[in-house]
Design a protein around this ligand. Structure first.
Ligand SMILES: *[C@@H]1O[C@H](CO)[C@@H](O)[C@H](O)[C@H]1NC(C)=O
Ligand SMILES: *[C@@H]1O[C@H](CO)[C@@H](O)[C@H](O)[C@H]1NC(C)=O
Ligand SMILES: *[C@@H]1O[C@H](CO)[C@@H](O)[C@H](O)[C@H]1NC(C)=O
Ligand SMILES: *[C@@H]1O[C@H](CO)[C@@H](O)[C@H](O)[C@H]1NC(C)=O
Ligand SMILES: *[C@@H]1O[C@H](CO)[C@@H](O)[C@H](O)[C@H]1NC(C)=O
Ligand SMILES: *[C@@H]1O[C@H](CO)[C@@H](O)[C@H](O)[C@H]1NC(C)=O
Ligand SMILES: *[C@@H]1O[C@H](CO)[C@@H](O)[C@H](O)[C@H]1NC(C)=O
Length: 490
């Protein structure tokens, strides 16, 4: 049963740490129901694709020696009308399969010294039930681990129909097939489930704890505490820290505990704390993601077609220094780590930067005119697109102060309108262009987020979403996963 769908969503596969989480993930009953539905579809497809070795042997019936052969065994249909996945508080997941049934067909032949007889046959298997408890825990290495804690499997009825068969042959087959088939089937259900669970654990253990997001940052999605299983959800706590690529050191601040509301309309709830964003801001600042290149500065300056003549109109003393209009260059440096805060319904981002304004002399050397400190307050619009959290900044306010001037003293506020224009039309759009790539959410490539929604609470951001599994109706993907070992036969 492909319950892995549910668990693969989060890559929580690392040593456990005792710490508050930076990210919380809540998996609801709705996700389990979807996982179940998907698991059944997948199982049906797999059963239909299953191939089995032919089955032959020698026997005697009365005094007649015979060779029998059952070939081309295939499962035509399987039904799971009453299956459920539910949560057992503090333990794990309960799987209940009731009244499952399957129809298999095969070609048969019987050879004796007297005659050869062959035909096709159908086996109806019904009343298959499985009751299993799967414990959700973690391995010594700290990976999430499923454990089949208890399991009972049973087969209700097996009915065989043979076409073109003599009555005695029918009896023969019934006697010799039904019992072994029943025993084999019944005793295979739980071991089969167990090996499927082992396969899922194998998949878990292959997921890396830390992933590089881009040239600047690494994100850690590892599990920080034992996941808690409640009656209505599985709650997982992830580290949720972003580090600069060159050095993994813990940020000098700690996550603040936060609580996800007990909602269940969506399959998943992901709470991303202010801590996560603060660590990201620090990581990007440390690895120089905010540094602008000379090229970008030139592009920005030429975009505004800025010359000393333009500035003359604001700061008249410039006219005395430069007779000829000279091109002007703005060099911007982010001077402290941008501060991100999450408040109810609003996320804000504050930048402090320094801007040096220079004149480009005819011999291509630059001469500093003045330097400003700029503090800009923005709020962020957050949307989810293409599995990514995308931030769009909007300027709310800014403040400028004059740090140094080579063109004589002037009131920095004279530059308010000019800077407002530069920020709104040059710098913020440039920052948004950079942010356009977004932050990849901790979902697998195989999932598509459905109707994701972002809300901001005090101290954390909440993403609620449903998912669909891409492979749901993708035959090729299913082929890759199709398991050729046989479920039913001895
Ligand atoms: C770890 O989990 C246990 C129970 O699941 C809880 O009591 C404890 O407070 C958690 N510790 C931290 C640091 O979150
Ligand atoms: C599934 O099994 C439960 C428990 O036996 C029963 O109450 C329910 O009616 C069954 N549902 C269906 C669709 O057969
Ligand atoms: C299969 O075996 C189970 C117990 O092992 C028994 O209850 C059931 O009646 C058997 N079914 C058939 C069709 O023999
Ligand atoms: C969802 O939550 C509501 C209210 O808390 C509850 O009545 C309902 O049974 C829950 N549904 C599921 C599927 O857990
Ligand atoms: C460029 O011109 C300025 C002013 O005319 C002068 O002070 C400076 O030394 C020149 N630099 C070079 C590299 O020629
Ligand atoms: C931010 O969102 C608000 C409301 O959703 C919208 O009016 C505004 O245009 C958005 N701003 C940007 C820069 O996308
Ligand atoms: C400008 O910013 C720098 C760095 O943040 C700070 O040290 C300096 O005091 C500020 N100067 C003024 C005049 O605001």
């Amino acid at each position: 049963m492909k319950v892995s769908v549910i668990f693969l969503i989060v890559s929580l596969f690392s040593p456990l740490l005792e710490a508050n989480p930076g990210i919380k993930v809540k998996i609801t009953q709705k996700a389990l129901d979807y996982g179940k539905q998907f698991g059944i579809e997948l199982l049906k497809q797999r059963l239909k694709k299953m191939t089995s070795e032919d089955w032959n042997g020698q026997d005697t019936y009365g005094f007649i020696g015979l060779n029998y052969k059952v070939a081309k065994i295939r499962i035509d249909n399987a039904e799971f009308p009453n299956t459920s996945l539910s949560l057992i508080s503090g333990t794990g997941i309960k799987l209940l399969v009731k009244d499952a049934s399957a129809t298999a067909s095969a070609d048969w032949s019987v050879k004796t010294w007297l005659f050869t007889h062959s035909g096709t046959g159908t086996v109806f298997i019904s009343g298959v039930s499985v009751t299993a408890v799967i414990k959700v825990s973690q391995s010594v290495s700290g990976h999430l681990k499923l454990l089949l804690e208890s399991c009972e499997g049973e087969v209700g009825e097996i009915d065989i129909k043979l076409n073109q068969a003599y009555r005695w042959l029918y009896k023969y087959f019934t006697t010799f097939l039904v019992q072994p088939l029943n025993i084999s089937l019944g005793s295979n259900l739980c071991p089969k489930l167990d090996s499927e669970i082992q396969r899922i654990n194998e998949e878990f253990s292959q997921y890396p704890v830390q992933a590089q997001i881009d040239p600047f940052a690494i994100v850690d999605y590892s599990l920080v505490n034992s996941s808690a299983i409640f009656e209505s959800s599985i709650d997982l706590d992830l580290k949720g820290t972003v580090y600069p690529v060159e050095k993994i050191t813990e940020p000098p601040f700690k996550p603040t505990p936060f609580v996800l509301l007990d909602e269940n309309n969506s399959m998943f709830y992901i709470g991303v704390s202010e801590y996560f964003f603060r660590s990201a801001s620090l990581a990007y600042y440390t690895s120089g993601a905010f540094d602008s290149s000379a090229e970008q500065e030139e592009r920005l300056s030429s975009y505004f077609k800025l010359t000393t003549e333009t500035l003359n109109k604001i700061i008249p003393s410039i006219a005395h220094l430069y007779g000829e209009p000279l091109p002007v260059i703005m060099e911007i440096t982010i001077t402290t780590v941008p501060v991100i805060s999450l408040h109810s319904d609003k996320s804000t981002l504050e930048f402090t930067s320094s801007m040096e304004v220079l004149a480009m002399l005819p011999n291509s050397t630059t001469q500093s005119m003045f330097t400003l400190n700029i503090t800009a307050g923005t709020h962020a619009n957050l949307t989810i697109f293409d599995q990514k959290l995308i931030t769009t900044l909007c300027l709310d306010s800014f403040h400028i102060s004059l740090v140094h001037s080579n063109v004589g003293f002037f009131e920095a506020s004279l530059l308010d309108n000019f800077l407002s224009y530069v920020l709104q039309t040059g710098i913020i759009p440039a920052a948004n262009a950079k942010l356009k790539d977004g932050v990849l959410l901790p979902f697998l490539d195989t999932m598509i987020l459905m109707k994701p929604n972002v809300r901001i609470y005090q101290g954390f951001l909440l993403i609620s979403t449903d998912v669909i599994y891409k492979a749901y109706d993708n035959q090729e993907d299913l082929d890759l996963q199709a398991n050729t070992d046989i479920f039913f036969l001895p």
